[in-house]
Ligand binder design. Structure first.
Ligand SMILES: C[S@@+](CC[C@H](N)C(=O)[O-])C[C@H]1O[C@@H](n2cnc3c(N)ncnc32)[C@H](O)[C@@H]1O
Length: 230
């Protein structure tokens, strides 16, 4: 395991910090239960198998994970090789530490970085980048935070894959309980998805990639996108 401490010197806005501050060490101990076994299946109506299917079919041997949380999906998915190299990127060092320990069976590198800024990673050097449940934590409309997709696209090789998921607030079915939780999380600054529509997500994927697939499961948009082959 290696650690890159090259923190982006640019100051980070308070609402961006709010989107990652919930993921402190104590909270991470309950995250899998609360999110992957709790809110995702019961409030967003998207059970864990949807995320795992996407990981199993998209992760490559040189993988970047942006917004790592606890590393639950990386721990449970199947890599195409026994010894993948995984770069973990997050604004919150506690999540990097937690995930690197959990993935001790793999070679990991930790990078503290804000996904809204260009990533301090080699360009065009990775097979895959994942952004799972990241965009709904980031402030702004999808037109503004779509830049995160552009940064992910820069990190993959030509023809590489960028995939992920985000909870949307319009253009998808949202249950009454889901709307209540979403409003609550937006009010607390944990979520920033009150402007996030399916149409805007599709537009951003069109803008930043040569091609993409976008499917809706419950209130979640799951996407896989490819950069141009050369
Ligand atoms: C909801 S968790 C998702 C964790 C994991 N990917 C999953 O699917 O369970 C969001 C993660 O994104 C990170 N995060 C939030 N805002 C960020 C930003 N602007 N740049 C980088 N990471 C960010 C948080 O610290 C947290 O680890």
């Amino acid at each position: 395991m290696s650690i890159d401490h090259s923190r982006d010197p640019k100051p980070v806005d308070q609402d961006v910090l709010d989107g990652q501050s919930a993921y402190h060490k104590r909270a991470l101990a309950f995250y899998d239960l609360m999110v992957h076994r709790g809110s995702a299946p019961f409030f967003w109506r998207c059970p864990p198998r949807n995320f795992l299917q996407m990981y199993d079919t998209c992760v490559g041997a040189e993988h970047v994970e942006i917004g790592v949380g606890t590393g639950y999906l990386l721990d449970h998915c199947r890599f195409p090789v026994p010894d993948p190299r995984i770069t973990l990127v997050d604004l919150n060092p506690a999540t990097l530490d937690f995930t690197a320990k959990r993935l001790a069976k793999y070679r990991t590198t930790q990078v503290v970085a804000n996904a809204l800024e260009p990533l301090p990673l080699p360009k065009g050097a990775h097979d895959s980048v994942a952004l799972s449940f990241l965009l709904h934590c980031i402030p702004g409309s999808l037109r503004e935070k779509g830049v995160v997709l552009a940064h992910a696209a820069e990190a993959v090789r030509p023809g590489g894959v960028v995939f992920g998921s985000t909870v949307l607030s319009s253009g998808v079915p949202v249950s009454r309980a889901g709307r209540w939780l979403m409003n609550n999380l937006n009010a607390k600054g944990v979520f920033h998805n009150d402007q996030d529509s399916l149409g805007d997500l599709r537009e951003q994927l069109d803008k930043h990639f040569a091609g993409h697939e976008l499917v809706v499961r419950g209130s979640v948009g799951l996407f896989r996108a490819r950069t141009a082959a050369q």
